[in-house]
Design a protein around this ligand. Sequence first.
Ligand SMILES: Cc1cc2nc3c(=O)[nH]c(=O)nc-3n(C[C@H](O)[C@H](O)[C@H](O)COP(=O)(O)OP(=O)(O)OC[C@H]3O[C@@H](n4cnc5c(N)ncnc54)[C@H](O)[C@@H]3O)c2cc1C
Ligand code: SF4
Length: 300
Amino acid sequence: MSVKSINALRQIMRSDLCNRCGSCVGLSEGKIVFADREGEYRPVVLQEPDEPLAAKLLNACAGKSFDFPAFREYFYKETPSFHTYTGPYNGIYIAHSVNEQIRQAGASGGMLSAILIWLLNTGRIDGAVVTGMSKEKPWMAESFIATTPAEILDAAQSKYIITSVNEILPRIQEYKGKLAYVGLPGQVQSIRKLQKMGDASVAPIKYIFGPFYGNTLHFSSVRSFLKSYKIRDYQNIISLYFRYGEWPGNMRVEMSDGRVAELPKFHANYLIPFHILKNSLLCSDLSNEFTDISGGDAWA
Ligand SMILES: Cc1cc2nc3c(=O)[nH]c(=O)nc-3n(C[C@H](O)[C@H](O)[C@H](O)COP(=O)(O)OP(=O)(O)OC[C@H]3O[C@@H](n4cnc5c(N)ncnc54)[C@H](O)[C@@H]3O)c2cc1C
Ligand code: SF4
């Protein structure tokens, strides 16, 4: 007897194959939600979707499987060059924004934000799916559709805690206009799967971008970081940066009463082995190869 799709999906949700992309949550019509975002941060089934919907969610899940050769063939057939480390490519460049404000705002030269702003200013897109920090809970990341250069800049810089961009697929589907999309490799792979399926949820997406990818961290990394500064009330965070200031920047936390905890990015890397999302260790798409353009840091 074949396994019901929802049961197969449940197995992925509970395993390290789940990269928390958010597709199953976003497309589930409210039947699947993320629980315990400040802890294990896992999708859980509130109400079983019917088999056709569950089968679609399972198909969209890149944690289940992602056939690199087949997707290269489908999306990059005409691409002239190939390297095992990067996948198919047209060109590899060293770049930074020539606009000083964008360059300073970005994680590593602001190239991704600069391209988004150029696409917006030239009318090639009407909005960009980006990931900033939540206004309500400034210690959590939140994806949204930016429609102005200021909003794109507000979401610049790398967020090293878990993000679930594809949770907002319903908003993407409803969007009346052309969108660029920025996501991590697992998120992008799911978008590519949905595009291949011809799913309406991704129809507005005209361009796909993303950062290179080493790892993401559980929220426990932020709590642990603060603890070393004897700060325990993380709910009083008003700003959290992972790459604050001049490159490579600092991890910096600002509290509502004026306390500040700040550490150079490379020193803050001590958090990685203790708080890494296990799925990061399984990710083999470090250059985010299923984007149109991906951006690595200066050390890449
Ligand atoms: C979790 C993570 C791990 C990374 N690991 C490496 C690495 O190991 N090696 C390496 O060379 N580079 C890595 N990078 C990429 C690097 O940090 C820069 O993002 C990249 O060089 C692009 O810089 P930029 O100035 O052009 O981007 P920016 O102009 O700062 O734009 C970044 C864009 O990415 C979006 N974004 C940021 N964080 C996330 C997120 N978590 N989920 C979804 N979207 C996001 C922002 O909203 C923004 O649109 C990582 C980035 C992230 C987010
Ligand atoms: S669709 Fe994304 S969030 Fe859902 S189980 Fe698969 S990898 Fe995890």
